[in-house]
Write a protein that binds this ligand. Structure first.
Ligand SMILES: Nc1ncnc2c1ncn2[C@@H]1O[C@H](COP(=O)(O)OP(=O)(O)OP(=O)(O)O)[C@@H](O)[C@H]1O
Length: 600
């Protein structure tokens, strides 16, 4: 059944929280050993931090009583050991977390690209490429950041905090209780900020996607921009997007940083309070040594950084969650078209194609074709003609199973293509379309892509058949010449001849030609027609042509109008009928004759 309109975002309730769990599970599965090593190192870092604060008691007490040489030596060695272990553990932590993180980015990018390749054509029609770029680049890094943040906060920061608070309680229980009374206040403040962060993040992402879009359109549409002097318009669009992102980025920084004055002031108050309380010795118990007090204050001061990071964690988490969810949402989108579960490999004998009562609409739009019954005889040439928008390209789309019919069936040698594997179906076909997409690699590789195992000789043979060999030989590096991004170094006619060479090389049973000779002058068209005649020998050939001259010899011509067959037959039969085909014919050939009569 058709699934062409269900590209709904997969925003199920609670989905984003589930996402964190999924991400952690994936991360641990693939990068578990690096994360485990990182965690061990973090435990060591946290313990050494607590030990540093605890050792302050011994350090200060030893300094105030330097006479005991043995103790001085022991304390000095202990301090060196603590710092050395902490340094080494920090190194191990950084390296293992970075390795795990890089692995996550690569894994996410592979995963999302794999999914994108499985998506139907409709998905790409409905998703802007700048949006894809944004999601894949930003999302993968956000996924990495999310795991990093969770692991670092939950292990290093939390353990360090626990260790330091333990030291505080060990040294000064009453003062400790007084100084952590303020903590809940901080968390309340953070909760307030979170709401704002979410709103700003999504606006910022939208702005970033817009910047990419403007850049991309500038790159691909530069000719239109120049011809129509759209520089100012494009500039204004970019200005707006950049300004938007700048504004949001500033707001984000303000929100993230607002925790600092809150925390700094509260910490200052806590420390001042402790100093004051210790001076008046409200505990009234044993007199406190300078070392104990120093150890306590050190633990309190050291606790500040991890406490700050933990309190900010929710804010940072929100931003990263948003980024990572963009990636997950992409991966979770339903496939616009999928293979059936028990799909079989298609085997062709005659290569006959039949449309049985086929209707189809793009998305929720009007029917592009309706009630089509078409016969494309094996090994013969069938042409589709008709006004613009009549549904010719739609028929080709259905044949290649880029879309499924809303109703009816498309059969290859009697087998419904809905039940066969994509690969076995499409490998039987070759397509030469109106726009020839070329990869930014050499001419040789661009032709070879239709049959990667083909030898250089076979590629050249195909190029000769497509009348491309002559111009390729004249290029600076012959077959190794790069064609530029999407073939910008080639003319339209040359690009088309490369496309025809690709089709030759593939030797498919079913050949689809959509305006295949449109970009050629009349001399090249003669060559190409000859080449196409060769490539279509024995193949079931389906041609869309606006210029009737190219299809007058077709074995059968279907004349389409508004998604339906108006009439069909050979050119001679159709001309004799005096119907739609005759009108098209008169329009075109009348025009040519008049043009030929024009003085030079
Ligand atoms: N991807 C799409 N999404 C939505 N509607 C589409 C899409 N492609 C084509 N259509 C619509 O389907 C109808 C048939 O279009 P189709 O491209 O098949 O016509 P065509 O006969 O090939 O036209 P042309 O000769 O101009 O290429 C048109 O009304 C068109 O607007």
């Amino acid at each position: 059944m058709a699934e062409n309109s269900n590209v709904a975002p997969a925003s199920k309730p609670g989905w984003k929280d589930g996402m964190i769990f999924r991400l952690l599970k994936m991360g641990m599965k693939r990068q578990g050993k690096y994360y485990a090593l990182g965690v061990v190192a973090m435990i060591a870092v946290a313990s050494m931090s607590a030990l540093t604060a605890w050792s302050m008691q011994a350090i200060v007490d030893t300094m105030t009583d330097p006479g005991n040489r043995g103790r001085v030596a022991a304390v000095s060695l202990m301090v060196i050991a603590i710092f050395a272990i902490k340094g080494f553990a920090t190194y191990v932590q950084s390296v293992s977390m970075a390795r795990a993180g890089n692995g996550i980015v690569a894994q996410q990018q592979r995963r999302v690209y794999d999914r994108l390749l499985k998506q139907g054509v409709d998905f790409f029609n409905l998703t802007e490429s700048s949006d894809l770029l944004m999601r894949v680049t930003h999302g993968a890094n956000a996924a990495r950041g999310l795991i990093d943040l969770i692991v670092t906060s939950m292990v290093r920061d939390l353990l360090t905090l626990i260790g330091l608070v333990a030291v505080m309680f060990y040294q000064q229980p009453v003062l400790s209780i007084t100084s952590i009374i303020l903590a809940p206040l901080i968390f309340l403040g953070i909760r307030l900020i979170l709401g704002f962060v979410r709103a700003i993040m999504s606006q910022q992402m939208a702005g970033m996607a817009e910047i990419l879009k403007v850049l991309q359109e500038t790159s691909t549409g530069i000719r239109v921009i120049k011809i129509f002097s759209l520089e100012k318009v494009m500039n204004a669009r970019m200005e707006k997007a950049v300004g938007e992102v700048e504004k949001r980025a500033n707001s984000m920084v303000r929100l993230e940083a607002i925790t600092s004055p809150m925390m700094e002031t509260l910490s200052g108050m806590a420390i001042a309070g402790v100093v004051w309380l210790s001076a008046v010795n409200i505990t009234g118990g044993e007199p406190t040594t300078a070392g104990q007090l120093m150890s306590f204050v050190t633990a309190l001061l050291m606790a500040y950084e991890p406490a700050k990071r933990l309190s900010r964690m929710r804010v940072s988490l929100e931003g990263l969650k948003m980024g990572a969810s963009m990636l997950f949402e992409l991966v979770d989108r339903d496939l616009t078209i999928r293979e059936s579960r028990d799909a079989k490999a298609l085997k062709l004998t005659e290569g006959a194609v039949r449309f049985e009562d086929v209707s189809f609409a793009y998305g929720s739009g009007e029917k592009a074709v309706s009630g089509l019954n078409l016969e494309f005889e094996g090994g013969k040439t069938t042409a589709l003609v008709g006004e613009s928008g009549a549904g010719k390209s739609t028929i080709i789309n259905l044949l290649m199973r880029f879309y499924d019919p809303t109703s009816g069936r498309v059969l290859f040698d009697g087998t419904d293509i809905a039940g066969v594997t994509f690969d076995s179906l499409r490998s039987q076909m070759s397509f030469v379309g109106q726009d020839t997409f070329l990869f930014s690699s050499s001419v040789m590789e661009n032709i070879r892509c239709s049959r990667p195992e083909a030898s250089d000789e076979e590629v050249m043979e195909a190029a000769r058949a497509a009348h491309a060999h002559e111009f390729i030989e004249k290029m600076p590096q012959g077959y190794q010449t790069p064609v530029g991004e999407n073939g910008t170094f080639l003319s339209g006619g040359q690009r088309q001849r490369l496309a025809i060479a690709r089709a030759f090389l593939r030797r498919a049973r079913v050949l689809l030609l959509d305006e295949a000779t449109s970009a050629l002058d009349s001399v090249s068209e003669g060559f190409v027609k000859e080449g196409l005649a060769r490539v279509s020998e024995g193949a079931t050939t389906i041609v869309i042509a606006h210029r009737l001259s190219t299809i007058l010899e077709a074995d059968r011509i279907y004349v389409l109008g508004q998604g339906q067959v108006l009439e069909y037959g050979t050119a001679a039969e159709l001309l004799a009928r005096n119907g739609a085909f005759r009108r098209l014919y008169d329009q075109q050939f009348g025009g040519v004759e008049r043009a030929e009569r024009l003085p030079e």
